[in-house]
Design a protein around this ligand. Structure first.
Ligand SMILES: Nc1ncnc2c1ncn2[C@@H]1O[C@H](COP(=O)(O)OP(=O)(O)OP(=O)(O)O)[C@@H](O)[C@H]1O
Length: 378
């Protein structure tokens, strides 16, 4: 692929023309040319997987497999056999031979997402494979040479993980030959209009796109985006459902953004339909209709604000408001699960590790009784 083609492809995949995105695309272009291991860092939803995919696509390995492994999602007992394979009969349940993901991606790229969640004993084995470029299936005695480009990513700070002893320093340096940092969306808010346009272009052609007013864009650009580009994509999808072919105004944004952190909260679960049916649009099928939006509150924002027991249009500081809502939801989930973190995380449909990060962010100690009392009054 020549330079011009690479640049066109990257501009189409990695949307945004802010200085940070231009710098990121330059790094990606460079990374595509070399064969070294790459470590991508950046907050959740910022586009680490998009970057990994772009690197593979512009590399000489583009026609070979590109396999993504979510290290945090693999059960600890299975991770070795998933990555390196196993021979028939090597353990109870190994009914047939299994070719591991490293072998499957031979000639291509393996993307180890959430590498910070990999158990320590597996980190040792991974390091050995990266140094020797040889895998041994579980229960096998054959040395299988592999030629795989490794890209790893983590939304956690691996420096802190190394200090805490939960991530091996030697593995970090083995993986981090070329470090790439993906910026958070709030560091490049000038890219928001282009991202919105991009997501609108990729919506179903049967539905007319909503039209964001300049004031609506200004509100989008003043928000913090803790869920980064993923959260923005959700907001655009939601706008397409509720404002198809209509104007989206500044006052509509709070409701569109807010529902991102609310849906799984018990309060909404128990009330939405009755609340919705009190609205003037009660006879309409919820979630399928495009609401006219000529300058007053829409049934959508009304439904949300009633479900939340508050006026979304009264929100003055959107970021502070959303943070406090998030804290209340986390506390409520912990209270309902009697402090069992994994259960609490499941109940609001987020990963356990993300839940723990949010507890830390909000300074919540699951044994802290005052917090629980607060949550009880949720
Ligand atoms: N620069 C970008 N251009 C276009 N789409 C993007 C960009 N960055 C992210 N996205 C979109 O945002 C969503 C989240 O991106 P992605 O899964 O790559 O994030 P991530 O950082 O890997 O998240 P996580 O840490 O949770 O795994 C995806 O739908 C992706 O297509």
């Amino acid at each position: 692929m020549n330079d011009a083609n690479v640049e066109t492809l990257l501009a189409a995949k990695l949307i945004g023309n802010s200085p940070k995105m231009q710098q990121l695309r330059m790094l990606v272009k460079f990374a595509g040319r070399c064969n070294s291991s790459i470590m991508i860092s950046g907050p959740s939803g910022s586009g680490k997987e998009v970057v990994a995919d772009a690197i593979h696509t512009i590399s000489q390995r583009a026609d070979a497999p590109n396999i993504t492994v979510n290290c945090g999602a693999l059960p600890e007992q299975l991770i070795e056999s998933e990555l390196f394979g196993h021979e028939k009969g090597s353990f109870t349940g190994a009914f047939k031979q299994h070719v591991g993901l490293f072998e499957q991606s031979n000639g291509g790229t393996i993307f180890l997402d959430e590498i910070g969640d990999m158990p320590l004993n597996m980190q040792v084995k991974l390091l050995r494979v990266l140094e020797s470029r040889i895998v041994n299936r579980v229960g096998g005695n054959q040395n299988i040479p592999i030629d795989v480009r490794v890209i790893a990513a983590s939304h956690k700070n691996l420096g802190t993980a190394i200090q805490r002893g939960s991530f091996r320093e030697d593995l970090f340096y083995r993986l981090c030959v070329v470090p790439i940092e993906v910026p958070a969306l709030h560091e490049r808010t000038e890219d928001i209009p282009a991202l919105v346009e991009h997501f609108l272009k990729h919506q179903s052609e049967d539905v007319p796109s909503p039209i964001f007013t300049p004031e609506a864009y200004a509100v989008l650009q003043s928000y913090d985006w803790p869920g980064n580009v993923r959260e923005l994509r959700n907001v655009v999808e939601r706008a397409t459902v509720f404002f198809a072919g209509q104007l989206v105004q500044a006052r509509d944004i709070a409701a569109l953004v807010q529902s991102d952190i609310v849906p799984a909260a018990p309060r909404v679960d128990t009330q939405p339909s009755s609340t919705f049916h009190n609205q003037s649009a009660a006879s309409e099928a919820p979630f399928t209709r495009s609401f006219p939006n000529n300058g007053r509150e829409t049934p959508f924002s009304g439904m949300l604000s009633s479900a939340l027991g508050q006026q979304t249009t009264d929100v003055v500081d959107l970021n502070a408001h959303l943070q406090s809502e998030e804290r209340r939801i986390i506390l409520h989930a912990l209270n309902t699960s009697h402090g069992v973190v994994s259960k609490a995380a499941r109940s609001i449909n987020i990963k356990r590790t993300t839940f723990i990060d949010k507890m830390r962010k909000h300074n919540i100690d699951k044994h802290f009784e005052n917090d629980m009392a607060l949550a009880a009054g949720f």
